[in-house]
Design a protein around this ligand. Sequence first.
Ligand code: GLC
Length: 751
Amino acid sequence: MTTSTKSNIFIVSILILSVLGCKNPKPNVKLSETVFDSKVDSLMNLMTLEEKIGQTAMYSGGWSVTGPTVSTNNKKYIKEGNVGAMLNVYSVKGTRELQKLAVEETRLGIPLLFGYDVIHGFKTIFPINLGLAASWDLEDIEKGSRIAAEEASAVGIHWTFAPMVDIARDPRWGRISEGAGEDVYLGSKIAKAYVKGFQGDDLSKHNTILACAKHFVGYGAAQAGRDYHTVNMGEGELRNVYLPPFKAAVDAGVETFMTAFNEVNGVPATGNSFIYRDILRDEWDFKGFVLSDYTAIFEMVQHGFAVDNKDSARLAMNAGIDMDMMGDVNRLYLKELVDEGKVDVAYIEDACRRILLTKFKLGLFDDPYRYCDEDREKEVIYKPEFLQAARHSAAISSVLLKNNDEALPLSSEKTIALLGPLVKDKENILGNWGAAGDRKGKAISVYEGIQEYLTDSKIIYAQGCDIETDDESKFNDAVIAAKKADMVVMVMGEDYDMSGEAASRTNIKLPGNQTKFIKRIREAVPNKKIVLVLMNGRPLDLSEEDTLADAILETWFPGTMGGNGVADVLFGTYNPSGKLTVTFPRNLGQVPIYYNMKNTGRPIPASNPHEDYKSHYLDSPNTPLYVFGHGLSYTTFEYSDFKLSAETIGMSDSLTASATITNTGDYDGHEVVQLYVHDKVGSVTRPVKELKGFEKIFLKKGESKTVSFDLKVEDLKFYNSKMEFTVEPGEFEIAIKGTSDFDFEHVFTLE
Ligand code: GLC
């Protein structure tokens, strides 16, 4: 019997079984009531235990390296029916070849899932996620991930391991670059935008892909910002800060979750039934499936939580981890563990059922090759409208941190000295997790972007220094260039590998001798304007640079079209509107530092920051260099006429807060209007400020607009010391501002 005949028999038997609606085994999980439930159950009835275990294993095709190398024999495992999914394989040809093995050379022909890290673009790379977040533009974030899904699905990818929704407040942690920053409210909104963008409104369409909320949970709170390090926090902090963005992803319909590498209060996430069974399944009723992170299951041996790899397989499956990424422990040990009574076969069946249901939702049983379309692969990648969208995202993600004496926007009449190691860069500009992005020349450098605005005669280029060395041999050429020019633009920052996974830094200043180089240029041209353009994957300590540069533009790593987007901001084609979603400290000693901290019992009085016996440092202010929500424009915005619909509300009421924003400057521009509250007294202490709403508006110069926010009592809830999600009567301060740096002036009472 040929394999294709076998698979045809298989498909016919599925159809017959599903029509006859054979006796469904009592599922151990409440499956999402979908049309596929009976088909899944019919298929499950045909499967052996080994085949069910096979669905819970994922292996890497090695087209990208995203973790420690583990030797595997993928094609052999696939043909044995021991693989449910592959990662790090992309292209129609590559995925079709492996899919053919699964569909045509296994007993039941169950198709594979193909997953990949499409974090901020597949080929058309968008700004890194910390940059995208700084746009506060949920529509644009959704659009960018929709484009990423279009490109990824065109090369056979069914599933992205994104969004990363880890709250992060430590700039030493390299993965702060992958998320939305420090705030729960904003992070939750952005999580939903990504899920909607990747998954669209119909997973059965061939241009939608599964999303994956990661890394569940607490990964961003790694001690000392050191990747994979220990996480200890009270359940209140977990529930009030780190869980909400994941809950938001579940509410948005995310289909999969990924475990975090870290332990949470002594129990590695990948073996933690409290977070996976009690919270994710029982409290949140999540029906998708959970994937371990890369070899995270057997890493529980290193954690000192599992005796050996077999024990780690037991712990993970019992904790509710449905699929083993690259650990090869499910394939090797789960059958034994069932035979030994150490793993309940029902858990394996639950896992298998969830994975099969997802494959049915994607339409892979109708057509396993539906994402393998060579024509689409050719026509979709780098579509002009995708590149244009990436250019726009690069512009709106940029944050103008400083702009003294209107150093920006640049004039095309001026000759500029264009200095720095990242001026002509086309590699780092993509940032970390650059997927299949082209680092060999496709990206538009800042130099090329500026060339669209300035003739070459008005650009004097000198590299001046390296990203990371102490070599000063190129300084002098740069000094000469600066002296010849009318003003200076310096493009500096980090290497893209200095952030992302396993890329923590104990020093968050500009690497190498870049700061020394900036000082040298400042000394050489004390009266010329210096504009500092930054590419970096984390908040940096810019205390020195802030004294040296007249203007500072944070562009993160702005992606494939970064040079154009950045130049559009530098020359005022796009008036910068980005706002920080993560605090920039004055120094590492302040870390962790974030806007919504607690007041303490001895806060420093504004009137006397050095008053004794108060919570301050001997050698630094408490305030950061740049706060959450900070970002300048080429115009100015005035906030006035703050109003509340009531001074007092009851538990069943809502409150409308409004303010009028006026563009009082000389440029049309966007402004991110932010709503903050402060719960003054609680049964547990509450943050001094909490973002509870925002709206990005556009105002022509001179134009005014009244922005209103409807605040519901539900929006004020938090977890108290008994882990009750509750709201308590009392006074709340409230404000509508363009930054988190303000003092409250208005109060309402909740009775
Ligand atoms: C990595 C990362 C995770 C990624 C996965 C697959 O170790 O932690 O974010 O999705 O492996 O590449």
